[in-house]
Write a protein that binds this ligand. Structure first.
Ligand code: GRF
Length: 223
């Protein structure tokens, strides 16, 4: 595939970067190219994954900025140096300003470890356990100014068993995230999914319910 015909994405991280690594792994045959990895934390482990793959990195320590607005403007300036077409949030632990979100509206995705609209925000696995849910999962959605509130494109579901803990649920969530995120980024790159009038569309049809990808069958388990 001609690299110039690929959509250039920036992956924004704050920590481990396992979703970043999965996106890197699928890059050779994909219509997206990771033009930059940006971290707001200088010690984010995911930076090394980018470096090992020869991807440009931008470290913008948010504590060095006076306001959230100044930090987000700094990010826009940094990202524009890399001719970025779209933003992929992968464990980026900062609330974004309306200005940043609107700058990339329709071109920014997030992955969240719950079946949205259930459990936006933090501690999703603990909240699912506390509620004695029997089903849990992950969601991939367009980013809009409402935190974790943009139109959901795809979800993967799995069962919660009585012996599950925050750690085992996190492991399951990561397993499904790594299988699904690159696929949705690929659809964004090929133009198959779009955001129109505040709704997600797949191939010119509004998505009335999220696409279900890679959900766990009743008989399956992750060791
Ligand atoms: C993922 O579980 C994602 O859903 C959430 O943050 C976590 C990031 O994990 N937004 P990693 O840094 O990609 O390993």
């Amino acid at each position: 595939m001609n690299p110039t015909s690929k959509m250039r994405i920036a992956v924004l991280i704050s920590g481990t970067g396992s979703n970043l690594q999965a996106l890197i792994d699928h890059q050779p045959s994909a219509h997206y190219q990771i033009g930059c990895v940006l971290s707001n934390r200088p010690d984010a482990k995911g930076i090394t994954f980018a470096q090992q793959a020869g991807i440009a990195t931008e470290i913008l320590d948010h504590t060095q900025f006076d306001t959230r607005e100044a930090f987000d403007e700094g990010m826009i300036a940094a990202l524009s140096r890399h001719q970025i077409d779209a933003i992929v949030l992968a464990g980026f632990m900062r609330i974004l300003t309306r200005g940043f979100v609107n700058h990339y509206l329709g071109k920014m995705l997030n992955i969240h470890p719950s079946l949205l609209p259930k459990y936006p925000g933090l501690n999703t696995h603990q909240r699912a356990l506390d509620a004695q849910d029997t089903e849990h999962g992950i969601s991939i959605h367009f980013v809009t100014p409402e935190l974790d509130g943009g139109p959901v494109i795809c979800q993967s579901k799995f069962q919660i068993h009585t012996d599950d803990t925050v750690e085992t649920l996190q492991k399951k969530a990561h397993y499904y995230e790594h299988q699904s995120y690159w696929q949705v980024v690929e659809w964004l790159a090929t133009g198959e999914i779009t955001l129109k009038n505040g709704q997600a569309w797949l191939k010119n049809q509004p998505l009335t319910t999220p696409i279900e990808l890679n959900s766990m069958k009743q008989s399956e388990s992750i060791s």
